[in-house]
Design a protein around this ligand. Structure first.
Ligand code: COA
Length: 319
C-alpha cells in the first residue's frame, strides 16, 4: 500500500515583481533574465509568512478533495524557510486549519517536496496513515541578498499542497544526496552565543550558477530514466514531466535529450520564478485545476537543489 493524490492546492502572494521592477534595483534587464532563465515575473511576499502561504495552499487542497482537517493523520511540509524555528511550518498549518494530527517539516532544499512524498509513502506503507497533507512552502525572498543580481532575479515565494489518501499510485522513486556546501549554500544566522566565535556569513542564498546548471541537467536526465525503468514504463508512456522550476534552459536541455515530447515538460517558471520546494506542487496544482490531467496518466516529478540533492518519482493520476 502507498498513496494516491486526492487533490491539490497552491498559493502565491499577490505582489508581483517583474523583471523591469528588478532592473530598477540591480544592474540587470528583462532581456537578460528572460533569455538566461525564462523568468518574466515572480510573486514576492509582503508581510506573509511561509506558514501563511502554506495555510492558503492547504485549504485549497482540502477544498479540492472534501477531506476534513480532522481526518488527516499527518502533515508534512518541505521547506527551508520556516519563519519560526519552532513551531515549524507544518505545525503552524495544523493549528491554522484546525487539525489534530502530528506535523513536521522536512528540509531538502529544492528537492524537498519529492523527498517529502517519499517519507509520506512510508507512513502509508506501514499502515500509519489513511490521509495526509503534504506541502512545499517557501519564503525565499527573506533569504536573498537583494543587491546580488545573480540570485535576486531567480528565487521567489509560494506554496503548494497535495492531500494524499491510501492507494497504489506512487510507482517508483529515487532520492540522492551528495554533500556539498560549495556549489549552493545558504548560511544561517550565527545566533547570540558568546562561546561561538566564528564570524557569521550573510544568511543569503549563494550559488555557482553554471555548476548547478550542469549538475541539474545530468541529474534530471538520469533520475527520470531510472524512475521510469523502476516502474516498468518507457518515455513514451509519460503524460507529463513536472520538473523543478529553476531555469527554463535546464528544462529544455533535459527535454532535448529525452524521447518525451517537449510540450509534456510542464513549466510555469515564467510567472513564478524558482520557489524551491513549492515549485513542483504549484505546477501540479495548475495542471490539475486546468483539467489537463486524466485518470491513468503517468506523471514524473523531478527535482534538484542544495545539498546537493535530487529526487524523482512516478505517480499515476487517479482523480
Ligand atoms: N543580469 C545581468 N547580468 C548578470 C546577471 C543579471 N541578473 N547575473 C549575472 N550576470 C552576468 C554575470 O556577472 C556575468 O558577467 P561577465 O560575463 O561580465 O562576468 C554574465 O552575466 C554571465 O554570468 P553567468 O553566471 O555565467 O551566466 P549564466 O548563463 O550561467 O546564467 C544563471 C546564470 C544563474 C541564470 C544560470 O547559471 C542558472 O540558472 N544556473 C542554475 C541555477 C539554479 O538552477 N539554481 C537553483 C538551484 S535549485
Amino acid at each position: 500500500m502507498n498513496f494516491q493524490i486526492l487533490g491539490t492546492g497552491s498559493y502565491a502572494p499577490e505582489h508581483i515583481v517583474t523583471n523591469d521592477d528588478l532592473s530598477k534595483m540591480v544592474d540587470t534587464s528583462d532581456e537578460w533574465i528572460a533569455e538566461r532563465t525564462g523568468i518574466r515575473q515572480r510573486h514576492i511576499s509582503v508581510n506573509e509568512t511561509t506558514h501563511d502561504m502554506a495555510y492558503q495552499a492547504a485549504m485549497r487542497a482540502l477544498d479540492d478533495t472534501g477531506v476534513k482537517p480532522e481526518e488527516l493523520d499527518m502533515i508534512l511540509c518541505a521547506t527551508i524557510s520556516s519563519d519560526l524555528a519552532s513551531p515549524n511550518v507544518a505545525i503552524m498549518v495544523q493549528k491554522m486549519i484546525g487539525a489534530t494530527c502530528p506535523a513536521m517539516d522536512i528540509s531538502a532544499a529544492c528537492s524537498g517536496f519529492v523527498y517529502t512524498l517519499d517519507v509520506a509513502a512510508g507512513y502509508f506503507a506501514r499502515g500509519k496513515a489513511k490521509k495526509m497533507l503534504v506541502l512545499g512552502a517557501e519564503r525565499l525572498s527573506k533569504m536573498l541578498d537583494w543587491e546580488d543580481r545573480a540570485t535576486c532575479v531567480i528565487f521567489a515565494d509560494g506554496a503548494g499542497a497535495v492531500v494524499l489518501g491510501e492507494g497504489e499510485s506512487y510507482l517508483s522513486s529515487k532520492l540522492t544526496a551528495k554533500g556539498d556546501d560549495d556549489v549552493i549554500k545558504i548560511p544561517y544566522y550565527v545566533g547570540l552565543s558568546p562561546f561561538f566565535t566564528i564570524p557569521g556569513e550573510k544568511p543569503c542564498i549563494n550559488m555557482k550558477g553554471r555548476e548547478v546548471f550542469k549538475f541539474a541537467v545530468n541529474a534530471m536526465y538520469n533520475d527520470v530514466q531510472e524512475v521510469l525503468e523502476q516502474s516498468g514504463l518507457t518515455q513514451k508512456d509519460v503524460s507529463y514531466v513536472i520538473p523543478h522550476q529553476a531555469n527554463l534552459r535546464i528544462i529544455d536541455a533535459v527535454a532535448r535529450r529525452m524521447d518525451i515530447a517537449p510540450e509534456k515538460f510542464y513549466h510555469n517558471i515564467e510567472r513564478f520564478g524558482n520557489t524551491s520546494s513549492a515549485s513542483i506542487p504549484i505546477a501540479l496544482d495548475e495542471l490539475n485545476k486546468a483539467g489537463k490531467l486524466k485518470a491513468g496518466d503517468y506523471i514524473v516529478l523531478s527535482a534538484f537543489g542544495g545539498g546537493l540533492t535530487t529526487g524523482a518519482c512516478v505517480v499515476r493520476w487517479t482523480k
